[in-house]
Design a protein around this ligand. Structure first.
Ligand code: FAD
Length: 362
């Protein structure tokens, strides 16, 4: 029986928790199915500058600086550019590797296929071995009990202004297609949707006249919260659905959630209490007061965005350019949502989407 929690998954969420617990005097163990941290990459690597408030990002991980976005509808488009850096394009494999602390025990090549309750806690089985602990922290990525989108992405040679990303609302109905430039020559072109992802992705590449792919990746994107507290068991990051439903971004929200979960884990060991009720009180509740509140707003915004046709959405953004440049925040929509809602020019479109929102709720 280990005296520290067992963490499944050495992605950003799992590594962050392990590092926090190490600092708190634990000896956490991570079980990771792959042999190389950060691989395979399933990410566009776009993170807002908020990342710098959360962790050190080595310069070598930063490939490009982003100042804004071009939003594209069926017939309309608008470019919203700030004079300040808004986001970074990162090398995701290098970023994950930068989160590795050599003092944390990471058992690579251990795919967890089962866990079961024992009298003293929980037992976890991998194809190579079995481990027991009082607590299992599942950071193993997207799960089927959340609403999932399928993301497909190609790394391509595409001449592009490297200062802005592109969001193509006309690429599919329930999300968008993206161009994230690594440089003025190489971009990550992708799309996520719950419906016919391959067909939509191929059509998107065709629209952009892309026929040569350097590298193809893909993965699931959870866009709803899962139930993530149980006896001797919590989930963090994508596994818990702690991802922004507006953009599919989960790096920053996963790291912030990992910090909240880490505090609950430390307290659980101090109190020797690993019950579901304990984690609801010490992890779920503080999470919902901070990151969770924002994620709920992201989910509502996603419902609104999906109820507006692509050109009206572009015009809406164009109309609110000044607010977005001054107050826009990729991670915390509460910082600008009120300003958008109180602009009388938005009331007609917001009322229409509010009606859609109510329709989905009842
Ligand atoms: C196409 C695409 C584009 C994206 N673009 C962005 C973006 O631009 N910006 C952004 O912020 N987010 C983006 N995301 C989301 C982001 O990649 C995730 O939110 C983030 O990786 C979640 O981190 P995590 O640690 O929770 O899970 P993961 O990074 O998925 O890590 C989970 C780890 O668990 C391991 N694992 C899985 N199952 C097992 C098992 N059974 N046993 C042992 N180990 C296991 C995996 O190998 C992996 O190392 C994108 C996602 C996709 C699919």
């Amino acid at each position: 029986m280990l005296n520290s929690p067992l963490i499944v998954g050495a992605g950003p969420a799992g590594l962050r928790i392990a590092n926090n617990l190490l600092r708190a005097g634990f000896e956490p163990v991570i079980l990771e199915e792959h042999e190389t941290i950060g691989k395979p990459v399933q990410c566009a690597g776009l993170v807002s500058t908020n990342i710098l408030k959360i962790c050190d990002v080595p310069k070598s991980c930063m490939l490009n600086k982003i100042y804004g976005a071009r939003f594209v509808g069926k017939n309309a488009s608008t470019l919203i550019l700030s004079n300040k850096v808004q986001a970074f394009v990162i090398d995701r494999e290098a970023f994950d590797k930068s989160l590795v602390n050599d003092k944390v025990c990471i058992l690579k090549g251990h795919r967890v296929y089962k866990h079961e309750y024992t009298k003293k806690g929980i037992r976890v089985m991998t194809e190579r071995s079995a481990f027991s602990s009082k607590l299992l922290v599942d950071c193993s990525g997207p799960k089927r009990d959340t609403k999932l989108l399928t993301g497909i992405q190609a790394r391509v040679r595409l001449p592009h202004d490297p200062t802005y990303v592109e969001l193509h609302f006309d690429a599919c109905k329930d999300f968008f297609g993206w161009i994230v430039p690594e440089s003025d020559e190489i971009s990550r072109v992708g799309l996520a949707t719950a419906y016919k992802p391959k067909e939509h992705f191929n059509a998107f590449l065709k629209k952009l006249n892309i026929d040569k792919i350097i590298e193809l990746t893909g993965g699931q994107i959870p866009v709803s919260l899962a139930s993530f507290c149980n006896d001797n068991f919590i989930r963090v990051g994508d596994s818990a659905g702690q991802v922004k439903a507006t953009t599919g971004g989960g790096i920053i929200t996963g790291l912030l959630s990992a910090d909240i979960a880490s505090k609950a884990v430390v307290k659980a060991y101090e109190c020797n209490n690993f019950s579901k009720e304990f984690f609801l009180e010490n992890y779920y509740k503080p999470f919902m007061k901070s990151v969770g509140k924002e994620l709920k707003l992201h989910a509502k915004l996603r419902t609104i965005l999906n109820s507006i046709d692509s050109d009206s959405l572009v015009k809406f953004l164009e109309r609110n350019k000044k607010i977005l440049i001054k107050h826009g925040d990729m991670d915390f929509p509460s910082r600008y949502a009120y300003k958008l809602a109180t602009n009388p020019l938005n009331w007609k479109i917001l009322l229409k989407s509010l009606y859609e929102l109510m329709r989905t709720m009842y």
